[in-house]
Design a protein around this ligand. Structure first.
Ligand code: HEM
Length: 438
């Protein structure tokens, strides 16, 4: 590992408006010119070390993770709005919470929610069947939200006002990203009253969740879901989670658990529409699998390959950030304390030095043989190390059900052309993608 090249500061200021809209093309270009790891000034101001090097990614996330923490984008900017939940907390508090919540995502627990997921998908697809033209983005967002609500919190989103949460969360994410990218305009966000307005929106979200949680406490109904577990779980000293903790952890699961899967599914349907043979294989696999739902899901190997390839081409979380807590070293690269390291996952997943013709959508990259050829650390849609996504298996199960049930039930045509990337906290499409269902 060589010392990274420093990109001249003025280059971080060139085309700043379009960089803010979508930094991905610029970062891809920098990668070609300056190599896998380089030092770059975001908006000409914030010094960061950008990397697409799998070795660095594994070093920071796994091997030497103790020397790194999340940046303030998550632990302060996002936490200001959604509180300190698993995604936004750090250190000993995070570890205590992770240990507490992890069993809720254990494979046995997931197996119990598979039927619920399937049920939500069937009901939702029946509703879609009655429409001719649908917005994929809206449909996938709604469906993923319903799945998290139903499986983890036993919420019937049609009967409760929790749906408003989805809009609030989306709005807040857009605001936070805008604020982070337009660092030089932060003062304006405060003076204009925008910050106050958004904080009020965040409070609306917590109020909705609070009401729901208080209601559950009052009725003492046992649903056997994650919320039950959060309510009944005890720390070593015998105390339970406070109301604030319950709200914060629940909100984080809604935030982290629905838009990522929804975006992956929107990209999946957009991309595979170009390859009728891929859709046909997914459909045949879904029709031929047999046994219980869990056995059938295990047999959907090709469908899984397709999902993995979608997340290679369009990784929902396209940048993972860390800051060094102390000096560190990788080869000749001396990493000083407080260095912001940005792991550019999209760049890594689309690097021609790692992937043969990365611009081609090819699920065979993930077949039983080829998957072993992928260099270690080069494919990280769910991150790696102790802070790897807690909903990893949940999301894979959910996406397999959605993709296979869709292929069995619908034929469709994409109506929206020239769809591009809109990187927010996860990568959205830059316009709404409409499809006609036949
Ligand atoms: C395709 C879907 C998903 C993708 C691509 C994804 C990706 C990720 C990534 C990359 C991280 C690590 C971030 C970092 O290290 O800084 C993460 C963390 C997290 N994800 Fe996911 N995620 C998905 C679905 C879900 C679901 C369905 C849930 C919950 C229901 C969830 C809950 C979380 C939580 C709570 C964390 C923080 C974990 C911790 O720090 O302990 N995610 N996710």
């Amino acid at each position: 590992m060589k010392k990274p090249v420093i990109v001249p500061r003025y280059k971080g200021l060139r085309n700043i408006a379009s960089f803010i809209q979508n930094p991905i093309p610029y970062l891809m270009e920098f990668g070609e010119v300056y190599g896998k790891t380089y030092v770059f000034y975001l908006a000409g101001l914030i010094k960061s070390s950008m990397t697409t090097d799998p070795e660095v990614a594994l070093h920071v996330l796994r091997k030497n993770h103790r020397k790194y923490k999340k940046s303030t984008i998550q632990t302060e900017s996002l936490a200001k709005f959604v509180g300190k939940g698993l995604l936004t907390s750090e250190g000993a508090y995070w570890l205590k919470q992770r240990r507490l919540i992890q069993p809720g995502f254990h494979r046995d627990k997931l197996n119990q929610v598979a039927e619920l997921m399937m049920d939500e998908v069937q009901v939702y697809f029946e509703k879609l069947e009655k429409q001719k033209k649908i917005s994929l983005n809206k449909a996938m967002n709604e469906l993923a939200f319903k799945i998290v609500g139903r499986t983890l919190f036993s919420v019937d989103t049609d009967a409760n006002n929790l749906f408003e949460l989805s809009d609030v969360v989306s709005e807040l994410q857009e605001y936070i990203i805008k604020k982070e990218r337009k660092v030089y305009l932060r003062w304006w966000f405060h003076l204009s009253g925008m910050e106050r307005k958004k904080r009020k929106r965040a409070r609306d979200a917590t109020k909705i969740l609070d009401e729901y949680i208080q209601n559950r406490k009052k009725t003492q109904a046992e649903k056997g879901d994650l919320l039950d577990m959060l309510l009944s779980t005890r720390y070593e000293d015998g105390s339970g989670m406070t109301d604030t903790q319950l709200i914060e952890e629940s909100l984080i699961l809604f935030v982290a658990g629905h838009e990522t899967s929804a975006n992956a599914m929107t990209w999946a349907f957009y991309e595979i529409a170009k390859y009728p043979e891929i859709i046909d294989r997914i459909k045949q696999e879904a029709l031929q699998c047999e046994g219980s739902l869990l056995e059938r899901l295990k047999q959907l190997q090709y469908t899984e390959q397709v999902i993995k390839e979608v997340m290679r081409m369009y990784p929902p979380v396209y940048i993972v950030d860390r800051v060094s807590k102390e000096d560190d070293q990788i080869g000749d690269w001396e990493i000083k304390k407080n260095t912001l390291v940005l792991l550019f996952i999209y760049g890594m997943h689309n690097d021609p030095k790692i992937w043969n013709k990365p611009e081609l959508f090819d699920p065979e990259r993930f077949n039983e043989t080829n998957i072993n050829q992928i260099p270690k650390g080069a494919y990280l849609p769910f991150g790696s190390g102790p802070r790897m996504c807690i909903g990893n298996a949940f999301a894979m199960m959910e996406m397999k059900i959605i993709l296979s049930e869709w292929a069995k039930r619908f034929e469709y045509k994409v109506l929206t052309k020239n769809v591009g990337l809109k990187p927010q906290i996860s990568i959205r499409t830059d316009k709404e993608v409409f499809v006609e269902i036949t």
